[in-house]
Ligand binder design. Structure first.
Ligand code: TEU
Ligand code: CA
Length: 544
């Protein structure tokens, strides 16, 4: 169990993301809930994770599955109540697992009391909590677009003004320039700390300091001022772990967000590698093969540029991304091998690893008829592209590859009805492969993806080099091998991963032939021949 009173404890931690709606239902309504999570804490303890990033469970109309918060201090009845939340916090903590709340501070729901008040009149005390501009109906202040489609401005007749929203119209942006907004949010965060939570994940953190008149959304001029203020007012008061989602981060900015002096956040959650398999200048829906060599260089750049000067999150999956084994691995014949290989590649690096629910089982993407998708982003994309004349097959290919719903199908617990997720009808279809891919089967099989993750987590607790070591990319131009070294003064680690089905050769660097094999996805992992999707993690003490 990590000592969470020690500053920087999260450097050694492995965190697990729960998307509550799809994790475990306890009352048969087909929707995951807090009681369901409590029942699965033993499973997470077995896996060995130190914290749960809990996607939003606050009162919400669920337009964006809870990323539209109507009350930050209330639990949505669909998920349970505050009493269950307190039980979850307590029961998790007993197992060495911190609860990290997902905080959506860039916007609220349009059903939040603040916004309802704000719409009443221009001199309502809450009016200035949001971003308003004058205009006339039909003529928004400018042509900015919202992430989920449509204009970024909507008209409120009651005040004869437009409000600004970077996401859905039901997600009005908060006005961070107003000190009262910031104070209210900090008070709310402090209240959650009092309830026993030990960290926060900050949704679209780099987009809070917007200046829509200048078309600025990400990385606004006052962003770091706000973060430092929030950190001093809330985060630095206890040993919290804080992680900021930042699509617009580069390593230089990331060093500010995650400065080792703790003046902003613990770490950054950036997406550079996750945006490589799309056409340059296009959207994520504009598919492209993964540029493998570029991907290696990108990881390597982040590893070296943050070493000793910042802290990164390590992830391949989350609730907004497709399943990595379908995306960069092989979700057919080599599903197990490739899932383990991807885990090795990621968990060998420096940073705090995140496991997204089901990743530890090697869960895969899903293909559904369009009516069965639930995600507003996917549905908007479908409507827009079909209306623009893009052929149905092409649109669906994008949806199959990149829809956020790939990650949101229910957790596969066992091979019973609805995969053990619910006794009722699941809110989203269960992936039909649950008979083969499920937690019960994985727990019973020593060679499962689950047990491989468990070993990776245990290694991170044991070997300082995994936490502290520097990073050297090897075989930079090799089109199939991703190999790197991690080094401290005392220890060295070599990670070699083969991205593909073809056998390939890679001669281990000199002196590594007889090193200890810490972990591999094949038995007898020796020599220079690498089998389909083979991964090896080797270790040696350093001699000088
Ligand atoms: O995501 C931020 C974000 O920019 C995503 O909408 C992203 O552009 C998209 O998922 C890529 O497909 C955060 C949350 O993680 C996401 O679930 C929310 O929908 C969004 O913010 C709005 O709160
Ligand atoms: Ca339920």
């Amino acid at each position: 169990m990590l000592d969470k009173t020690k500053p920087g404890w999260w450097r050694q931690a492995v965190l697990y993301q729960i998307y509550p709606k799809s994790f475990q239902d306890s009352n048969g309504d087909g929707i995951g809930d807090l009681e369901g999570i409590i029942r699965r804490l033993d499973y997470l303890e077995k896996l060995g994770v130190d914290g749960i990033w809990l996607s939003p469970v606050y009162a919400s109309p669920q337009v964006d599955n809870g990323y539209d918060v109507a009350d930050y201090c209330a639990i949505d009845p669909m998920f349970g109540d505050m009493e269950q939340m307190r039980t979850l916090i307590r029961e998790a903590r007993r197992r060495g697992i911190s609860i990290i709340m997902d905080m959506v501070l860039n916007h609220t729901s349009d059903q939040h009391r603040w916004f309802r008040e704000a719409c009443k009149s221009r001199d309502n005390p809450y009016h200035d909590y949001y971003v308003w501009r004058d205009g006339i109906p039909g003529q928004p202040p400018n042509d900015m677009r919202a992430t989920f489609g449509g204009a970024a401005w909507d008209w409120v007749p009651g005040v004869k003004q437009y409000y600004f929203h970077q996401f859905a119209p039901q997600q009005p942006d908060l006005n961070w320039e107003n000190p009262e907004v910031r104070r209210s949010l900090y008070d709310m965060l402090l209240w959650w700390v009092e309830q026993g939570v030990e960290g926060f994940r900050l949704d679209v953190m780099d987009q809070i300091a917007k200046e829509p008149d200048r078309y600025i959304t990400a990385n606004g001029p006052r962003l770091h001022e706000y973060l430092r203020e929030m950190s001093a007012s809330v985060f630095q008061k206890s040993c919290l772990v804080t992680v900021g989602e930042a699509w617009g981060a580069d390593p230089e900015r990331a060093r500010l967000y995650s400065a080792p002096d703790g003046s902003e956040l613990s770490m950054v959650f950036q997406f550079e590698q996750m945006e490589l398999d799309q056409q340059p200048g296009g959207e994520k829906w504009d598919l492209m093969d993964l540029p493998f060599v570029e991907m290696k260089r990108s990881f390597a750049r982040w590893q070296t540029e943050l070493h000793g000067r910042g802290w990164n999150s390590l992830f391949l999956d989350n609730h907004d991304l497709p399943r990595i084994v379908s995306r960069w691995g092989d979700d057919g014949k080599y599903r197990v091998q490739s899932a383990k290989m991807l885990a090795t590649m990621l968990h060998g690096m420096q940073g705090t690893p995140y496991i997204y629910q089901g990743e530890e089982l090697g869960m895969t993407n899903i293909r559904l008829p369009i009516e069965d998708y639930r995600d507003l982003e996917t549905l908007n994309l479908y409507r827009t592209r079909i209306a623009a004349g893009v052929p149905e097959r092409e649109v669906m290919a994008s949806v199959y590859a990149k829809s956020r719903d790939n990650a949101r199908t229910p957790m596969q617990w066992n091979d019973g009805p609805a995969a053990g997720f619910t006794t009722g009808t699941p809110w989203m279809p269960v992936n039909p492969n649950y008979r083969e891919i499920n937690a019960a089967a994985a727990l019973a099989d020593e060679n499962s993806v689950f047990h491989y993750y468990r070993r990776l987590i245990a290694l991170r607790k044991k070997l300082p080099v995994l936490v502290e070591g520097d990073f050297v990319l090897l075989a930079e131009d090799d089109p199939q091998i991703f190999a790197y070294l991690r080094r401290t003064g005392e220890e060295e680690l070599l990670v070699v991963c083969s991205f593909g089905e073809e056998q390939t050769r890679y001669a281990l660097p000199e002196g590594w032939e007889n090193a200890e094999v810490l972990l591999s996805n094949y038995p007898e992992a020796v020599g220079s021949l690498f089998r389909p999707w083979e991964a090896r993690m080797l270790y040696r003490k350093r001699t000088c």
